[in-house]
Design a protein around this ligand. Structure first.
Ligand code: IPM
Ligand code: MN
Length: 371
């Protein structure tokens, strides 16, 4: 298959982790005879520094002419610490999501067997946890009208949803539930918010078309607690933009590190794949950031184009790296590996060079020794 991929590494650790994901994609292309072409484009603080615009027109053009986007991370403390900044890096990502009509952000959450013992949560609570969050991505409080009074003493952000915006993401979530364990949980705050009551009404109407799916409702405050208390109760969770943002970070504790969580954003025109973590500026350039979330996002990209075997190979390689404790310091505190070493390990696995756990100790990373 031939794929044109727009690469938007962005800020902070974004460039380091996307580099590893590209190496992994190239290894897949070689093993499975695909042709992946890349075009780099600027976004976020990197784009502001170069052009004054967090999403330059050139980037929009490149992205629109591509089959998919692989995105790194966005954000810079320079802007976080300056609430008065007129242009912010995050505007680049938000505009991109809107421009591409990426209304659904899919965030799979699962515990990794090999990481259970390191978790802050009890093994028996997270062992077997496996659910997916469908986060609405182009509406709600993120995109509602924003106001700041002239004297700057009053501010507001409007949370607004139309039934169409709700319906389209719900359709995808219902379909996902049909493919999985047929349980859909709508997370909202319907005891307080009018928008949430609209979400419930639309969901109650739609469920008639998906009679095989069991639809539940959960208030977001309770959901935040249930995710930690008993994550195994969830199959597919669907929720509005900001609740989904917060709950997916929380849910990453189940996987073991936010550095492991991938996501796919899909919608009307294009598809974008990105780790759920931020730009982690403290780690920038230090070769310590976990590249697995971006590598797993690349696997989701392959799934999107029905390259399931290829995606599965990446996931197997990731499992093997975790099993062999070839992990960055967010996971392996005692004997951490670098971003580059983790990436090279995955690439070597894909090339078929990692045969068994013990022999791997003899292979100096980056070399293709077959034992
Ligand atoms: C995410 C991020 C973004 C969001 C930021 C960087 C705007 O936190 O993708 O989860 O809030 O959507
Ligand atoms: Mn987030």
């Amino acid at each position: 298959m031939k794929l044109n991929i727009a690469l938007l590494p962005g800020d902070g650790i974004g460039p380091e982790v996307t580099k590893q994901a590209v190496n992994v994609l190239n290894a897949i292309a070689k093993e499975y005879n695909h042709q992946f072409n890349y075009k780099n484009a600027l976004v976020g603080a990197a784009a502001i520094d170069a052009t004054g615009n967090p999403l330059p027109d050139e980037t929009i053009q490149i992205v629109k002419n591509s089959d998919a986007v692989l995105f790194g991370a966005i954000g810079d403390p320079k802007y976080d610490n300056d609430p008065k900044a007129k242009v912010r890096p995050e505007q680049g990502l938000l505009k991109l999501r809107k421009e591409l009509g990426l209304f659904a952000n899919i965030r799979p959450i699962a515990s990794f067997k090999t990481l259970l013992k390191y978790s802050n949560l009890k093994e028996e609570v997270i062992d077997g946890a496996d659910f997916v969050i469908y986060r609405e991505l182009t509406g709600g409080i993120y995109f509602g009208e924003k106001k700041l009074s002239e004297d700057k003493q009053y501010a507001s952000d409007l949370c607004a949803y139309s039934s169409e915006e709700i319906e389209r993401v719900l359709h995808l979530a219902f379909k996902a539930a049909q493919q999985r364990n047929k349980k859909l949980t709508l997370v909202d705050k319907a005891n307080v918010l009018e928008t949430s009551r609209l979400w419930r009404r639309v969901a109650q109407d739609l469920v008639k078309k998906y009679a095989d799916v069991q639809l539940d409702f959960l208030f977001v405050d309770n959901a935040a607690m249930q995710i930690i208390l008993n994550p195994k109760q969830f199959d597919v969770m669907v929720t509005e933009n900001m609740f989904g943002d917060i709950l997916s970070d929380e849910a990453s504790v189940i996987a073991g590190s936010i550095g492991l969580l991938a996501s796919a954003s899909i919608g009307t025109k294009s598809a974008l794949f990105e780790p759920i973590h931020g730009s982690y500026p403290q780690a920038k350039g230090k070769n310590i950031a976990n590249p697995l979330a971006t590598i797993l996002s690349a696997a989701m990209l392959l799934d999107h184009f029905n390259l399931h075997e290829e995606a599965e190979t990446i996931r197997k390689a990731v499992d093997k790296s975790l099993e062999d404790e070839i992990s960055t310091p967010d996971i392996n505190k005692e004997n951490p590996k670098t971003t580059l070493e983790v990436g090279e390990y995955i690439v070597n696995y894909i090339r078929g060079n990692i045969i068994c756990k013990k022999s791997s100790e003899n292979i100096s990373l980056g070399q293709s020794t077959i034992i």
